[in-house]
Design a binder for this molecule. Sequence first.
Ligand code: MG
Length: 165
Amino acid sequence: MTSPFRIGTGYDVHAFGPGEHVVIGGVTIPHTSGLVAHSDGDVLIHALCDALLGALALGDIGRHFPPGEARWAGVDSRELLRAVVAMLHARGWRVGNVDAVVICERPKLLPHVDTMRQRLATDMAVDPDGVGIKATTSEKLGFTGRSEGIAAQAVALVVRREGQG
Ligand code: MG
């Protein structure tokens, strides 16, 4: 019998560019710059999508939602997350829990973390306590420390659904 559990990991970065807000974890946060991206630049959701896809060895979001395709221009990344979760469900799996960290000096994310957790939990059909989100700085070191961009990393556990496989 194959394992009833699978794990995956994901990582993403977007550079700061012109703009007045960033979108992280499905929450729009006012900021002095935006993020350069073909989509809304939601690094946290992109890392989560890669973790979920990785758990089933399904590649990465660039493969499923090619950034060169016009239909993904400016897309709300929550749509991508819901599509990824639908792929898992269709294959007989569900999201167990996820944990992620977002790395940037600014903006301050802590005030928004609970809203992110609720929104992403809804998109992934899990309880909010199955969604861990942390925010950290990199102590002014490296590209995140120089406020050139935002990075995120995530891990995900997926669980075989009852009666499957
Ligand atoms: Mg990305």
